[in-house]
Design a binder for this molecule. Sequence first.
Ligand code: BT5
Length: 261
Amino acid sequence: MDVETIRARLSSLPINEIQYLPETYSTNDDALAWAQAGAPEGVIVIADKQLKGRGRLGRTWVTQPGVSLAFSIILRPTIDETEKLSLFSPLGALAVALALEEFGLSPEIKWPNDVLVSRKKVSGILAETAWLGRHIQGVVLGIGINVASGSIPEANRLLFPATCVEEELGKPVDRLSLLEAVLRHLFAWRNQVCSGIFIEQWRKRLAFKGEKVLVRTPEGELSGVLYDIDQNGALVLSLGGNQFQTILAGDVQLRPCSVED
Ligand code: BT5
């Protein structure tokens, strides 16, 4: 990859600026610093290798050179959208899912924002807010995708089984074509992130619907049947006996009971 080739391949998209780094600590950190310095919507940081790729809750995200995709995009929410910031990471998940569908796969979205293929994690998304005092400067949407086989971390580093696009598809995939498809879908849905039709698209791809799951929230663990997501993107769990629990977007781990056991 080099920045001129990337620019040429993404030239039809409404991208403001692209920074390509052969190696960095975390593209989210780079993009957050850029957002705090006032960068506009549509600025993108792409890296071939991350030395300190981040997941949620201080977890690690592994990005290997030549075989992974790791990038972060700066978005500038409108005032109305700042009320619903938790919908930005599912926006990333939907964009990845739609791109993978274009490549012939059948992805699912594990609430709130992991993309699975064959029930294994192929992509993780981390949305973070850039603050300037009390003012939101932007949202940084970081997306990591396992493209070729060397991108899958060793099993002992994983909380959940993982896979990569090429292994699922059974043929080589051009990383820049996949990047272009994800960004194209991201821009296409970006202005509808607070709409019912966005939730509907997300809901269609919801993993583990009707299955027994274990959800870890900051308040403790809950098990129940994954019923749905509501119009705000919150998870609705059926606890049995007509009892439902709504879990707001947040620091939650969700896994099928069979994986946890
Ligand atoms: C995520 O967190 O899945 C969010 C990952 C976001 C990564 C992107 S890459 C570009 C941008 N820059 C960053 O620094 N981050 C973003 P979470 O749901 O907390 O999952 C983290 C867990 O996924 C780890 O604890 C591992 O178990 C597992 N994991 C790590 N690397 C993986 C990989 N390459 N494939 C599948 N699972 C992985």
